[in-house]
Design a protein around this ligand. Structure first.
Ligand code: ATP
Ligand code: MG
Length: 429
């Protein structure tokens, strides 16, 4: 017997019960970004592998072991995008939209792919909403990114559940000097480091700072601090960011170990974390990447951005019971028609209703059926009212309007008065 067909592990179907919450979430974010003057960009899901190697860096977890890379029929090496920044920068360069210092405030949304160990809040296909700003170098725009996420958390009702962690990585020069000091310090303690950290000491030593290994953590006590190596420019930038967050009243925690997984960050890095989701607690992460565009072959162009993980935020809304009730109801009114004449009259009436009330969510019964079966479907649809049409109603040119959620008795309403009747009653429901 053939094996039954299944989705790939870590790649989820988002079922119809869940899509209303996704659309609510995505719609809330999109509306907010519109209001702050960000414009959406849509990039392909597949890019040349070289793009990610050059932007993310060869010695990162993503490029070393998480990418879905394959050869296409031309023999080109392609990769399913593991994140959005690389493609966004590529698109900006390709279309010249950041040339001449043009400011761009962009956002995107969609699936990302990483071959990680699937678990709660960590999947192989997951979704991000990301935001990138080009050609603004001051801390004011870093602050704006954080301020708008802060507003988003309030709109979603989860502000109390998330904490902002901040750090500054300095410029690549100051980070270079720090890296030397850290490598010297850790090399003297090499035998206390776990295997991964020993390897990272050679390839990407700052990553040792966010190790999960207890022995390595112990070896890090007394290590040189990045903050002591910051250049004046980065220090002033960081102070400027903190002053703005203070002005708006956004609390934050300075986390000197926050270095982020990707190579390309400079100056500001931040994460919004929650303790409500277990170990997959980072719901939004980002920072400044002033060197990236140049590294990818463009003119020096300051950049700053972040990405939030939609699955984790959806999980958080569910965990905290912050799913708005209003999104649960998908149907306002369900029309039941009994007999062929009623079906025809019902169809005409339904289209008149849709003309009069464009936002009415009206489901017309399909597949005929007895009184009992049609009412059962009406009830199951979640509608507030069933509309009932049979031979009697047709001759009287009325419709039975039956409340399904216990709001009073059935009424007979004339066809001409139906739209107005529903407009008031559905709005109240
Ligand atoms: P983590 O430390 O959790 O692996 P990351 O640093 O790799 O995260 P980023 O590349 O910064 O993550 O991506 C931004 C956000 O996207 C994360 O904060 C998280 O919310 C989400 N995210 C990243 N990887 C996954 C994944 N495999 N499954 C679900 N969400 C993810
Ligand atoms: Mg990761």
């Amino acid at each position: 017997m053939s094996k039954s067909l299944q989705a790939i592990r870590g790649m989820n179907d988002i079922l119809p019960e869940q899509t209303p919450l996704w659309r609510y979430f995505e719609g809330t974010v999109a509306g907010l970004l519109d209001n702050y003057g960000y414009r959406q960009i849509r990039m392909p899901i597949v890019e040349f592998t070289e793009l990610f190697k050059r932007s993310i860096g060869e010695v990162t977890d993503i490029v070393e072991k998480e990418m879905y890379t394959f050869e296409d029929r031309n023999g080109d090496s392609l990769t399913l995008r593991p994140e959005g920044t690389a493609a966004c920068v590529r698109a900006a360069l390709e279309h010249g939209i950041t040339g001449g210092g043009q400011v761009q405030k962009l956002w995107y949304m969609g699936p990302m792919f990483r071959h990680e160990r699937p678990q709660k809040g960590r999947y192989r296909q997951f979704h991000q909403i990301g935001l990138e700003v080009f050609n603004l170098e001051g801390p004011d725009i870093d602050a704006e990114l954080i301020i708008l996420t802060w507003r988003l958390w309030a709109a979603l009702g989860i502000r109390d559940a998330v904490t902002l962690e901040l750090n500054s990585l300095g410029t690549s020069e100051s980070r270079g000097r720090y890296r030397e000091a850290l490598v010297e310090f850790l090399t003297a303690r090499l035998d206390q480091l776990d295997e991964d950290s020993q390897r990272r000491l050679k390839t990407n030593p700052l990553r040792v700072l966010d190790t999960k290994d207890a022995n390595t953590q112990a070896a890090l006590v007394g290590a040189p601090q990045l903050a002591d190596y910051l250049d004046d420019d980065s220090r002033t930038h960081f102070e400027g960011l903190k002053a703005r967050l203070d002005a708006v009243g956004i609390p934050y925690v300075i986390n000197p170990k926050l270095v982020r997984g990707l190579d390309y960050y400079s100056k500001t890095v931040f994460e919004w974390v929650t303790d409500k989701l277990g170990s997959q607690g980072t719901v939004c992460a980002g920072g400044r990447y002033d060197g990236l565009v140049e590294q990818m072959g463009g003119k020096p162009t300051p950049g700053v951005g972040f990405a939030m993980g939609i699955e984790r935020l959806i999980l958080l809304l569910e965990t905290l019971d912050k799913v708005p009730e209003s999104i649960a109801r998908q149907v306002d009114v369900y029309l039941c028609a009994f007999g062929e004449a009623a079906e025809l009259a019902g169809l005409a009436l339904s289209e008149r209703l849709r003309d009069a009330l464009p936002s009415l969510r009206l489901q017309v019964n399909a597949g005929a059926g007895s009184f009992k079966s049609q009412f059962k479907k009406a009830d199951k649809s979640g509608a507030l009212y069933a509309l009932i049409l049979g031979d009697d109603e047709i001759s009287a040119q009325t419709v039975g309007v039956k409340p399904l959620r216990g709001q009073g008795e059935q009424q007979n309403i004339a066809w001409d008065a139906l739209a107005e009747h529903l407009a008031t009653h559905v709005a109240q429901g």
